[in-house]
Write a protein of this length. Structure first.
Lengths: 323, 294, 248
């Protein structure tokens, strides 16, 4: 990662922060909740995008089925909050551990393959899971589960009400920000370098003394956790979950946002997810056929700017720097 | 025992086979595109759908089913060529080719699916069965159309295999895709070969769509639903292997049709995928190696 | 007489019906350069792959410092002090030179250090810096490995293998594709390294081999046909015929 890329990333981080602050201010002043809730949802799916980027951009594994963990987290969260105990902390902690466990188990299936096969196996896994949930009546079958209560977050000296759009947005922003910086930290550790090694030249790694299975598994489990915890926030925001959350379109969209933002940059996917959400709602008001427009944008992107927005930004910076 | 074989299993087996050949045809297109061109075509299902839609439209203006069998694949060849030339070629030389072509074709699939909704509406259509009636085979009655499917499909699969492995054209294609530069220096128009191969692959998908339309009906999301099965077959058989696609195609469709005897059909997809995942666990590259290694 | 650092006993490897390496037996004494030469297709690289753990021999035994390492994988062999380089440059091209060396050096630290920022891994940073200096790659440390010249890449390739201070270094055609100047430089580098490390070399450049080596093993068609010091091997008629008129 050269210094222009790093600079571009830093600029994007500031952009996101400023945009968030602006959004909060406008939200508080106008009392409008629509854009805040949209932004919150964008960030939640941004978490899923982070999970995809961890695997794709950092380790080099294209997963077409991260929605599995996202949906798992969402359903588990809904069940806990609605049917067991409406506690934020219990929910988050349980989902974190459960996602890690699920990630660990599925890693033994998924990581046996590489490259294209890994992509297709992750795709298949998500499909099996989604169809199984779809068929399960106790989980609401095709209708999903509704009636998830709005919850509070008890902290030492204040209780936050997630029913308030501003509060929820800020919480989600901090949440995703923490995940983002945690992942970013990992990138600069020896483990992160091993991941880069796997992405760059996996077959050489054993000659440097590393079995590649363990680092890959760690990344896989981390990605599952990130996706799962992001998913857990979904029913808190929308009050329901449905099998659509695990469909290929969700996984596919996540990949689109990663490419849109910039593969391997971590901030790119967060930004891309926000951008996609904005695009969808803007285009959605203009025409019913927003899929075509988004599809077109995506195709153009893949051909002309495969490094995404962060990539374009860093190229601009480089050109300016050279002059 | 023999009776249950006759009345319970045989119909399911034949049904499975008749669908199986269509699935195999579609999977063949996919596996040829991957095996020879090294491209994962996520839009393959949309060409299948296009075939079905086009055949319905053509039949509605009076063209007979049998003519659509020929016309539809031919009509789609230029689209296949266009897609290869305009889109796929642009990312082909990138080192991340696999991912980029996957994403690219995924984007195209998104566009096409919505496009079908615009052109043909969101409703389901079901063309009339081209061959009505049933015949008796080994003491059991089978719908004639399904019997036709089996025979026609099998012949077609055999023809494809012959074309690729036993004809001059086939060897040109295989040469061009195995060693691009060498072939070019031998005077082979490599770009044209690539474009035609891709077009051939998607034409097979379209043909499959025409054949299965009377059975499965035609609706905008049919591509997405069916591509999962096609991919499962291709993966289990081994990306790039024709033999693998045939065997896996038969295996998986039989699994699907026979399992519906015991388990509710909604579970048949998960079962097929579970089998796919299982196969990949023990044979990470599918049952058979591909036309290219690696 | 000190114990040979590496002992190969009747190594055999077949691929399908083809015998790539047959009944190869030799010892490698510590330090200095031992070279393996032979015409194309002699089985040199297959032998290297057997020695480094990429392949397991069908028959035969491999001992390192007296220990049987025949069945061990490359990771295990590395922990016993055996490293190898590759004929086709096999670096992490996306990463910078410095990152390549850090990645190669980080095994020097204990495993919990994997999860801490690199700044907490002084051994890694130090070793990477040493290697940069030793192999004259300091100026290019922030360049991506893919952007280096061929000669620089081959140097980096050797540097990466030296990172963990191996006892025996297997170099697979280190001067492959190099210019005269680069070859000279590399030759000096290898001679320098050979003072502290045992080096086993495959090379096509016969002059280089004769200059550097204290011991030469000649292979042809999967078998060892001669061995000895450079002078003797050079004048051995069997070797000369095997090369069909190569510069003798």
């Amino acid at each position: 990662m050269d210094k222009y890329q790093q600079k571009a990333i830093r600029m994007m981080e500031w952009l996101m922060l400023i945009a968030a602050i602006l959004l909060v201010i406008i939200g508080k002043l106008t009392g409008d909740t629509f854009f805040l809730r949209l932004a919150t949802e964008a960030l939640i799916f941004g978490g899923l995008a982070l999970s995809v980027d961890l695997l794709l951009g950092i380790v080099g594994l294209l997963s077409l089925g991260q929605a599995l963990y996202f949906g798992f987290g969402a359903y588990l969260s809904a069940v806990i909050l609605r049917d067991w105990i409406p506690s934020f902390w219990v929910c988050i902690l349980t989902v974190t551990f459960a996602s890690a466990l699920l990630g660990w188990i599925t890693s033994y299936i998924a990581l046996r393959s590489k490259g294209v096969y890994f992509a297709l196996i992750s795709f298949g896994l998500a499909q099996v899971f989604a169809k199984s949930i779809y068929n399960t009546r106790s989980l609401g079958a095709s209708d999903g589960m509704v009636g998830v209560p709005i919850i509070q977050i008890p902290l030492p000296f204040v209780t936050l009400n997630l029913g308030d759009a501003v509060t929820f947005f800020v919480i989600t922003f901090i949440f995703m920000g923490s995940i983002y910086f945690a992942l970013k930290y990992f990138l600069y550790t020896p483990l992160g370098r091993i991941w880069a090694g796997v992405r760059s030249n996996e077959s050489r790694l054993p000659y440097l003394g590393y079995n590649t299975a363990a680092p890959k598994r760690i990344a896989f489990i981390l990605a599952a956790m990130v996706a799962g915890v992001s998913g857990a926030l979904y029913p808190m925001l929308r009050g329901f979950v449905s099998p659509e959350l695990m469909y290929f379109s969700v996984s596919g969209n996540a990949v689109i946002t990663v490419v849109l933002g910039g593969v391997g940059t971590l901030i790119g996917p967060l930004f891309g997810s926000s951008l996609l959400m904005i695009l969808k709602s803007v285009i959605g008001t203009l025409t019913l056929h927003h899929h075509i427009v988004i599809g077109l944008i995506f195709v153009v992107l893949v051909i002309f700017a495969p490094k995404g927005i962060v990539g374009m930004l860093s190229t601009k910076l480089k050109n300016r720097g050279v002059r | 025992m023999l009776e249950s074989l006759q009345y319970i299993f045989a119909p399911q087996i034949i049904n499975g086979l008749s669908i199986g050949v269509a699935v195999i045809l579609m999977a063949l297109g996919l596996t040829i595109i991957f095996g020879l061109l090294d491209v994962i075509n996520m839009s393959h299902g949309e060409f299948y759908a296009a075939g079905a839609f086009l055949s319905v439209s053509l039949m509605s203006i009076g063209i007979s089913f049998w003519w659509t069998l020929i016309l539809v694949p031919v009509l789609l060849i230029p689209f296949g060529i266009l897609m290869q030339e305009l889109l796929i070629k642009k990312v082909f030389h990138h080192k991340d080719r696999h991912i980029l072509t996957l994403l690219l074709t995924f984007g195209v699939a998104t566009i096409l699916e919505d496009l079908y909704k615009i052109i043909w509406g969101a409703n389901t259509a079901k063309p009339a069965t081209p061959i009505t009636g049933a015949s008796e085979v080994l003491g059991v009655m089978f719908p004639n159309y399904r019997l036709f499917l089996m025979v026609f499909g099998a012949a077609l699969i055999f023809a494809v295999w012959l074309l690729i492995y036993k004809t001059a054209i086939g060897s040109i294609v295989r040469a061009a895709t195995l060693d691009r530069d060498m072939s070019a220096s031998l005077g082979i128009p490599v770009n044209k070969v690539y474009a035609l191969t891709f077009a051939f692959g998607v034409a097979l998908a379209a043909l499959s769509g025409v054949l299965l339309a009377p059975i499965y009906s035609v609706f905008p999301t049919m591509g997405k639903d069916f591509i999962l099965m096609a991919f499962a077959v291709v993966i289990v058989g081994g990306l790039g292997s024709i033999k693998g696609a045939v065997i896996a195609g038969i295996l998986l469709t039989q699994l699907q049709s026979l399992s519906s005897l015991y388990i509710s059909p909604v579970w048949s997809d998960p079962i097929v995928f579970a089998v796919m995942v299982l196969v990949l666990m023990f044979k990470p590259s599918g049952l058979y190696a591909g036309m290219k290694n690696g | 007489m000190s114990l040979p650092i590496l002992q190969a006993k009747s190594l055999n490897k077949n691929f399908g019906g083809l015998r790539a390496v047959g009944q190869v037996t030799f010892d490698v004494d510590p330090l200095g350069v031992t070279s393996i030469i032979g015409p194309n297709g002699a089985g040199k690289t297959t032998l290297f792959n057997l020695l480094s753990g990429l392949y397991i021999p069908d028959e035969g035994q491999l001992l390192m410092n007296g220990e049987d390492i025949t069945q061990l994988d490359p990771v295990a062999r590395l922990s016993r002090g055996m490293a190898r380089s590759f004929q086709i440059t096999n670096l992490f091209f996306d990463l910078t030179v410095e990152q390549n060396l850090q990645l190669a050096s980080q095994k020097l630290e204990s495993w919990p250090k994997l999860f801490y920022a690199t700044s907490k891994s002084p051994l890694t940073l130090q070793r990477a810096q040493e290697l940069l200096e030793e192999f004259h790659l300091e100026a290019k440390k922030d360049e991506s490995a893919g952007a280096l010249s061929h000669g620089e890449q081959r140097r980096l390739e050797i540097a990466v293998t030296m990172a963990l201070r191996p006892k025996i270094l297997l170099l697979d055609e280190p001067t492959q594709g190099m210019s005269q100047g680069d070859t000279q430089e590399t030759s000096q580098l290898i001679a320098q390294l050979a003072k502290n490390v045992t080096i086993l070399l495959i090379e096509h450049d016969v002059e280089l081999v004769m200059d550097l080596s204290k011991h030469v093993i000649v292979m042809a068609q999967g078998e060892k046909i001669a061995e000895g010091n450079p002078r003797d091997v050079r004048s051995n008629p069997i070797v000369q015929t095997a090369y069909f008129g190569d510069a003798a």
